[in-house]
Design a binder for this molecule. Sequence first.
Ligand code: IMP
Length: 428
Amino acid sequence: MSTVVVTGTQWGDEGKGKIVDYLAQQADTVVRYQGGSNAGHTVVVDGEAYKLRLMPSGILYKGAHCVVGNGVVFDPKIFLEEMDGLAARGIDLSGIRISNRAHVVLPYHSIMDGIGDEKRGKNKIGTTKRGIGPCYMDKANRIGIRVCDFIDPDEFARRLKEVLAIKNKELKLLYDHEPLDYDAVLKEYLGYADRLRPYVCDTIALLHDEIKQGRKILFEGAQATMLDIDYGTYPYVTASHPISGGVPVGAGVAPRDIDKVVGIVKAYCTRVGEGPFPTEQLNAIGDRIREEGHEYGVVTGRPRRTGWLDACVVRYAGMLSGIDYMAVTRLDILDNFDEIKMCVDYKYKGEILHEIPASLKVLAEVEPVYETFPGWKCDITKVRKYEDLPENAKKYLERMAEVTGIKLGIVSVGPNRDETIVIAKDIF
Ligand code: IMP
């Protein structure tokens, strides 16, 4: 048995795509277990960048199964766009498997997400407007439409009629939006269902069989710990569980079937959308990190908020997800900095805090306790062995491992597949 979870430890955009891609080379199956098209993974293969949103990154590997798990909110329109884009670039799509239990994102979800978030005014979350929250709301409210019903034309026609009657009332009364036309939505989505039907199956049975056969399975988290609906900076979070605990629920595998967890840690920190961010640098340092790191959203193109590494957040992620190894990404972005800071504790009203505060009021007021490290001031993108890294880079990484209590597993020194230092040889 060999199953590995990859999960983000910060606010997303840690460079999970690159690490997932590296691990996917060894995996037989790659599984998305939560979120939806709000994710934006950039994977660079042979110098070519692929921007994936809903598609599991394993698609770039011939022969791998790419599973969209039941915990994902599945947007058929976006998924087909991605399929078409990949097919045009010669990518084989035959490994795609879509859970018959995943919930379907329909046009009213995205409309409600966009208008709903704007209506919050200064309290807006800054969602990706992909309909993620409204689709999970319908799932919890028992008025969602699942993939198994979506691909059954009669059942879909019946369910859509029922649900659209409710949604059109909501659109009018709460969102000041014109109603959606039942026939038009039905026709458009029946067309999508026809194209997607061959890829739909019971992914729970599939994954159990694969675990029994000892196939290597990679669970690919989207978003990250601090965006988890229970553990993140609520309400400035997404509507799902990116932590490793999301895997059993979102993919239908037992907790004991998870062998290893890899936490992705970007060497500095970014966030998109609103909400507290203790190490944010609203100054020239932050601007420099953004420019050197090209920190702009894959899905929305928004400039990301930037700051120093917050090791308190990574420590918390390690505890929640049982992280075995850290994969530190984008270390090369810090190549030219004279000095680099890392937040190792929070102070609140003069006292050291030992937990991540639940209250956003408190989190917004914590004072990061920084340690300062001299920069290494050289190009590390050609380094392939840990011992060949400059001493100052090793000091920074080793302190990160010490403060978080998580072992170093991988260090990424550039966007390409080969720009990777692998320390842990036993991830799979
Ligand atoms: P939603 O997931 O679209 O509902 O957005 C909720 C929050 O999560 C917003 O702050 C988004 O910017 C953030 N978010 C969602 N997906 C990602 C991601 O893949 N990377 C970073 N932030 C994300």
